[in-house]
Design a protein around this ligand. Structure first.
Ligand SMILES: [Zn+2]
Length: 318
């Protein structure tokens, strides 16, 4: 049984790079933390849940005294089958978690000294997967909803993104096919509290069919009015940061089929922008890494449907 104590782990997590380096200087220290995050400090057999296990293969695997099954530290997690030490993963997690603007695969390759771009790319995608839906509390009590087009650097192709933002708070973003009522309804159901007050622009598909019982105000503003007091300021602010981030950190090179993963990463960072001690964001990423199903390279490449947000149950309403 998993008995994690993520809140304690989070509270005691190194807050700065210096603290981080001191705490996770050895592979043993990283493993101890991993075991704490994954099993609450007491590793259990993946087959029979027995905690009567001993360490084999230089500490990378536990063998069960009751059924003989061997459970590796990383099997059943996003890091399954990794050949790299946890210490290297922890370093990468710290790098991507603590930079306010994130990191590109190219930068990660350079910082970590990886021989191949492909390795850096797949690491980033795994870590990005650990940033998916880190919180399930729907947005409220005052929520702005808007849509924007991103991508297509210099080209004609743009992707539609729905944006929901609390006033000066959290955001949620979804890559969608269109902005019809059904799509907005699914988005609202998963992301916006049932009693939240919603503000939108005048788009006709924001109505009681798509927003349900939520009190809704459609505000149509002229440019001058918007300059004076923008009714969708939270959305517009998030959107402009998002676009700058996609162009800056990722040089506008995000492909449509991966867009949702980038949106998730953006929201994860954005929603933690006030975290005290940036190092602790890394604790949240590790917490998700141990909890998530393995994600192989093939899965990353093949099974990313164009509109992941609605296609995969990991995005389902919780
Ligand atoms: Zn067992």
């Amino acid at each position: 049984m998993t008995q994690t104590m993520p809140d304690d782990l989070w509270r005691n997590f190194p807050r700065t790079a210096t603290e981080f380096e001191a705490r996770f200087a050895t592979e043993e220290a990283c493993r101890a933390y991993w075991i704490e995050a994954r099993w609450g400090g007491e590793p259990a057999c993946a087959r029979c849940s027995s905690t009567r296990v001993w360490t084999i293969r230089e500490g990378t695997t536990f063998e069960c005294a009751d059924c003989g099954h061997q459970t590796s530290l990383t099997s059943g997690t996003l890091l399954e089958k990794t050949h790299k030490p946890l210490k290297v993963w922890f370093r990468a997690i710290f790098e991507i978690s603590t930079r306010r603007t994130g990191i590109s695969a190219k930068d990660l390759q350079r910082i970590m000294g990886f021989g191949s771009y492909k390795t850096a790319w797949s690491w980033l995608h795994k870590l990005r997967a650990a940033m998916v839906r880190p919180e399930r509390e729907p947005l409220g009590p005052f929520v702005q909803v808007d849509e924007t087009l991103v991508g297509g650097k210099g080209g004609p192709h743009k992707e539609l993104v729905l944006v929901a933002a609390e006033a000066n708070g959290r955001v949620r973003l979804a890559h969608v096919e269109n902005n019809d009522e059904g799509t907005i309804e699914r988005f609202a159901e998963g992301q916006i509290a049932a009693d939240a007050q919603v503000v939108t622009d005048g788009l006709a598909s924001y109505n009681s069919d798509s927003l349900g019982e939520r009190p809704h105000e459609a505000i149509v503003q002229t440019k001058a009015e918007r300059r004076e007091k923008d009714a969708l300021q939270g959305c517009h602010w998030a959107t402009s940061l998002l676009k700058r981030w996609l162009l800056g950190t990722h040089a506008g090179a995000v492909r449509p089929k991966h867009l949702q993963a980038y949106l998730d990463e953006f929201a994860f960072r954005h929603n933690r922008r006030k975290t005290v001690g940036v190092g602790r964001i890394a604790a949240r990423v590790i917490e998700r890494l141990v909890a998530r199903e393995p994600l192989t390279m093939r899965k990353l490449i093949d099974q990313t449907p164009r509109c992941r947000w609605f296609a995969s149950d990991q995005y389902a309403v919780a």
